[in-house]
Design a binder for this molecule. Structure first.
Ligand code: SF4
Length: 169
């Protein structure tokens, strides 16, 4: 059975910076959860950050640039949390490998979990194309990363890997 790493906030766990979750209401996600297929975790908490915490954005690039040492992760209050984000990303990859996750379903726009879009580091609500630190590390390590709005593609990939038809809806 293919296991799927999932942002813990997507199954409603109250792990976001503001203490909220962001549950994804979808019967495929509910089914995977019931099957024990999902491996939920919050990389930022895994790195050691508390709830609540100040929001953070990547300054000077995207998650790949953070991994390469060319960009930093900074909170809205000006604290450099790059080291904590990197630690959370490495711990996430380690867990994904131990739990045999070939796929990841991550919420988009987060400086950790975003995979297609992130905020641009100006704390003004502007977005830019790019991945967060965790998504960049997982993708570079051979794990297929899907954003929360790419569920159809994830379901198709899972079905193809198991020789079946994708579940719809
Ligand atoms: S780091 Fe990922 S799992 Fe944790 S709150 Fe942010 S988006 Fe959700």
């Amino acid at each position: 059975m293919h296991r799927i790493l999932i942002s813990a906030c997507l199954i409603g766990r109250p792990v976001r910076y503001d203490g909220a979750g962001k549950p994804l209401a979808d019967r495929r996600v509910a089914g995977w959860l019931a099957e024990g297929r999902l491996v939920p975790l919050c990389p930022e908490m895994l790195g050691g950050l508390p709830v609540p915490r100040p929001p953070a954005e990547i300054v000077g690039g995207d998650g790949g640039d953070v991994l390469a040492g060319r960009a930093r992760v900074v909170t809205a209050t000006g604290e450099d949390v790059t080291t904590v984000f990197l630690a959370g990303a490495v711990a996430t990859l380690d867990l994904a490998r131990r739990e045999d996750c070939g796929h990841a379903l991550l919420i988009d726009r987060s400086p950790s979990c975003g995979s297609l879009t992130i905020y641009d580091g100006s704390f003004s609500g502007r977005r830019m194309p790019g991945a967060g630190v965790v998504a960049a590390l997982l993708a570079a390590s051979g794990i297929a990363v899907f954003a929360d709005h790419q569920l159809d593609r994830l379901a198709a990939a899972i079905a193809a890997g198991e020789g079946g038809e994708p579940a719809t809806g």
